[in-house]
Structures are given as structure tokens and as C-alpha cells.
Design a protein around this ligand. Structure first.
Ligand code: CDP
Ligand code: CDP
Length: 218
């Protein structure tokens, strides 16, 4: 069984960037599980499926065939890389992520990513549900203010203007939904190490994860 590092945490805590940095050093694969929920929500919007219709949303999640190529993501030949990263797509993702049948539909897709030489998987339930066998489980967090500031800078780099106050309320709303749902709620997995990155740079956060991994695999 390939080594798996599971990184879960709230919105914009740095999961994706930290996972990419850790995977690069170790030569591991990465799984951005949030992208799958974002893709399913986006596919529903494009197909005119109501996000309130659980059965129809589940069918879309079961049948979608995203293509990951050269750092871009395609749905039915359409490049949706940027569309799925909007705050709206994030909110849609969190609505359909509360349906257990949607989570089941995406389960095997995620499990298949566990390949040699190893995998860094990020999301909300990587350590608790999808990879309970992960050798290292991390709950990555940061204050709502620093997370909103990070997302603000991230959007600005893409030329998108936003308001910090709107971002704070969006991320709090999404965290509330993700934490309060009945199935696979956002919370530290059993045995997870808590990493608060509010005062850490991205590199310091990556180094901390690597040092924990090396404790386990000297
Ligand atoms: O995947 P998630 O939404 O948790 O976060 P992300 O998109 O990886 O990170 C959001 C932004 O925060 C990125 O621009 C990271 O470079 C930045 N970041 C940071 O400034 N300091 C950290 N310790 C971690 C991430
Ligand atoms: O990067 P950010 O933290 O903004 O979000 P994401 O990781 O792309 O996830 C988008 C949404 O998908 C989350 O708000 C969750 O509702 C859902 N999600 C989930 O339920 N389980 C996962 N393993 C990953 C994401």
C-alpha cells in the first residue's frame, strides 16, 4: 500500500498549496478532492440540473468524466479550470457535498488515486473517510481573517477584484455548512495532528508537514 498523507481543513487554509509543495519534494501524486465536488456542481449548472434535486445531482456525479491534462481540467472538452475555482462554484460544491449519495459516487474515484510511490490527498474527509489508512493525517487550519486575506491575494493575482468582508462571510458560511452536515463533516480525523498556519509562511507549513512525515518514515 502506497504511503498516503491526508490534509484536511477549512476553506483556504492552504491545503492545496501545501499538498502540492509536499508532493513535489517527495515525488508523490496529489489528489485535490475538492475539485471533484466543484466539478460535479459545475456540471450540474451546465446541464441545467437543480442542485436541490439529489437524485439528479447524484447521476451527474456518477457519470461525469473530467479530463486532467497539462494542469488544466476539462468537462466534455470544455476548459473549466478557472470556472470551478470561483466562490460560487465553492458554495455549489458544498451544497451537493452534503448528499451522501454524491459522496459515494466520488469515493472510488478518490481511492484509485492511492498509487506508488505515494499520495498527498487534500479535502475535508481524507483522513476520516476516504483514506482512514493514511500514515499521516493533518488538520490544517488558520484564522478566518488570514484565510480571507490569502484568498483575496490569490484572486488578485488572477486579476479578480474582491472584498475581504465578502470573502470572510463566504468562507464562514461554507465552513458552517461543511461542519454541520450529517455526513463526513469537517473535523479533525482521529489521530490527526493539528497545524495552525496563521503565523506560518507557505514554505514553513510545507516544512512542518515534511518533518512530521520524516518522523514516521525516517
Ligand atoms: O486549498 P485551500 O483552499 O485550503 O488553500 P490554497 O488555495 O492552497 O491556499 C490559499 C492561499 O494561501 C494560496 O495562495 C497559498 O499560497 C496561501 N498560503 C499562505 O499564504 N500561507 C500558508 N501558510 C499557506 C497558504
Ligand atoms: O479550496 P477550498 O477549501 O475553498 O475548497 P475545496 O477543497 O475545493 O472544496 C470545495 C467544497 O467541496 C468544500 O466546501 C466542501 O463542501 C466540499 N468537499 C467535501 O465535502 N469533501 C472533500 N473531501 C473536499 C471538498
Amino acid at each position: 500500500m502506497a504511503d498516503i498523507i491526508a490534509i484536511d481543513g477549512p476553506v483556504a487554509s492552504g491545503k492545496g498549496s501545501v499538498s502540492a509543495g509536499v508532493a513535489k519534494v517527495l515525488g508523490f501524486h496529489v489528489l485535490d478532492s475538492g475539485a471533484l465536488y466543484r466539478l460535479a456542481g459545475t456540471a450540474c449548472v451546465k446541464e441545467g440540473v437543480s442542485l436541490d434535486d439529489q437524485a439528479a445531482v447524484t447521476k451527474v456525479a456518477e457519470n461525469m468524466k473530467p479530463l486532467f491534462k497539462d494542469g488544466r481540467i476539462y468537462l466534455n472538452d470544455e476548459d473549466v479550470t478557472d470556472v470551478i475555482r470561483t466562490e460560487e462554484a465553492g458554495l455549489n460544491a458544498s451544497q451537493i457535498a452534503a448528499y451522501p449519495t454524491v459522496r459515494d459516487a466520488l469515493f472510488q474515484l478518490q481511492r484509485r488515486c492511492a498509487q506508488e510511490p505515494g499520495l498527498v490527498a487534500d479535502g475535508r474527509d481524507m483522513g476520516a473517510v476516504v483514506f482512514p489508512d493514511a500514515c499521516l493525517k493533518i488538520f490544517l487550519t488558520a484564522s478566518a481573517e488570514s484565510r480571507a486575506k490569502r484568498r483575496y491575494n490569490q484572486l488578485k493575482e488572477k486579476g479578480i477584484d474582491s472584498k475581504i468582508d465578502d470573502l470572510v462571510s463566504d468562507l464562514k458560511e461554507r465552513d458552517r455548512r461543511d461542519t454541520e452536515r450529517a455526513v463526513a463533516p469537517l473535523k479533525p480525523a482521529e489521530g490527526a495532528r493539528i497545524l495552525d498556519s496563521s503565523e506560518l509562511t507557505l514554505q514553513e507549513t510545507i516544512d512542518k508537514v515534511l518533518s512530521w512525515y520524516r518522523e514516521i518514515r525516517p
